[in-house]
Ligand binder design. Structure first.
Ligand SMILES: Cc1ncc(COP(=O)(O)O)c(C=O)c1O
Length: 371
């Protein structure tokens, strides 16, 4: 066995898959700053900046907006374990892989999970979805705002309006949409949203930004059953991050620096300008893919701006193409999985990576790899 390691030398990768995305150089610099204690006033100052930045990115005035330690799945589990209790009637709008994960988490909480299904690559007929909620009268309703397994965006207004009419709380997975397209939590009517740091915010994976509406906080306060998850119990986390600053766990300080810097970039650019950039580069990529003879899986109007799913052309092997991109250029894109295995590529343009020159570079490399 070797008694020492060689210097750490990660290979140079151009991350244009479904995430993680390219990390902004300023974020790496921020992560190298000295660590302070997790109860240090400086840490809480950074945390307050993060909360303000997240409010802007989510489009919300929700006071309870913060970053949870853990990846996007921790945010998902925080949302579900705090707001879906044993016996809760929980409707999940299911049109991809991450809706299945939400359903599974709901089941594990002992909820009665009722799924409203649409095929992978499609969204939901709004009137039929609203009617389903009216008929089922659930206590909680969940959907995925940006389904990374398919490239479908579900804005959620109709689902949220019907859920509120039935007295249900709404939960949205915004893991790939935060920082890449408008979410507008308050206007849309999303009560609980969660996301990640490694996609639209150009940070490494490690934190999960969550936001809860006043209605969600009312429900949380009124909850009498104990959350089986101690680590993700939002009542306990609130005592750490807000008011009392009572020790809960040792926050990953360097990741908070990273997120603070990722959000500084969002604010400096302006959220609207950032969305416009993602939309323009999305349109440029789609036009380029179509000119290469590729058909998009998802219909216009419900496409995410950060994740693209062109169909693999007949006679082309997706694995071969991805291997060539990696070997020749260090470019990472991904293929489809589940029912879309071998049928689509998944190409991400997220955060710092969403630029016109990257689109040109990707199209050139794809053209060459498919030739
Ligand atoms: C839509 C969506 N939800 C949830 C997750 C899970 O996030 P993580 O892998 O950071 O735990 C992902 C990850 O890609 C995702 O794309």
């Amino acid at each position: 066995m070797s008694s020492s390691f060689a210097p750490l030398a990660p290979p140079k990768r151009l991350l244009f898959g479904p995430g993680p995305s390219l990390v902004a150089p300023r974020v790496y610099e921020a992560m190298g700053k000295p660590v302070v204690g997790h109860l240090d006033p400086f840490f809480f100052q950074v945390n307050e900046e993060i909360r303000a930045g997240l409010q802007a990115a989510y489009g919300t005035a929700n006071a309870f907006t913060m970053a949870i330690s853990g990846t996007g799945s921790a945010g998902m589990e925080a949302a579900i374990s705090n707001f879906v209790e044993p016996g809760t009637k929980f409707v999940v709008f299911a049109n991809g892989f991450f809706c299945d994960r939400m359903s599974e988490m709901g089941r594990r909480q002992g909820a009665t999970v009722i799924r409203y299904e649409a095929p992978w690559g499609q969204s939901f007929d709004e009137a039929a979805a609203a009617e389903f909620i009216r008929k089922e009268q659930p206590q909680a309703v969940a959907f995925v705002h940006g389904e990374t397994s398919t490239g479908v965006a579900t804005s959620g207004e109709a689902i949220c309006a019907a859920a509120h009419a039935a007295g249900a709380l709404t939960i949205a997975d915004c893991v790939t949409s935060l920082g890449t397209m408008p979410i507008n939590l308050d206007a849309t009517g999303i009560d609980v949203a969660y996301s990640c740091t490694q996609k639209g915010l150009s940070c490494p994976p490690g934190l999960s930004p969550i936001s809860c509406s006043p209605l969600a906080m009312e429900r949380l306060k009124a909850r009498t059953s104990v959350n089986h998850s101690w680590y993700l119990d939002l009542k306990l986390l609130a005592e750490y991050y807000e008011g009392a600053h009572r020790y809960h766990h040792t926050a990953p300080i360097s990741m908070f620096y990273a997120l603070r810097e990722g959000l500084a970039l969002v604010l400096e650019e302006g959220v609207e300008a950032r969305y416009a950039r993602h939309k323009a580069n999305h349109e440029k990529l789609v036009a380029g893919l179509e000119s290469l003879g590729m058909e998009m899986l998802v219909q216009p109007g419900i496409r995410m701006w950060a994740l693209h799913t062109p169909k693999v052309p007949a006679g082309v092997n997706d694995l071969d193409v991805r291997k060539k991109l990696m070997e020749r250029h260090g470019i990472e894109i991904q293929g489809g999985f589940g029912p879309l295995a071998g049928q689509v590529f998944r190409i991400g343009l997220m955060g710092e990576g969403s630029t016109a020159s990257n689109v040109d570079m990707l199209l050139g490399a794809l053209r060459e790899a498919m030739a």
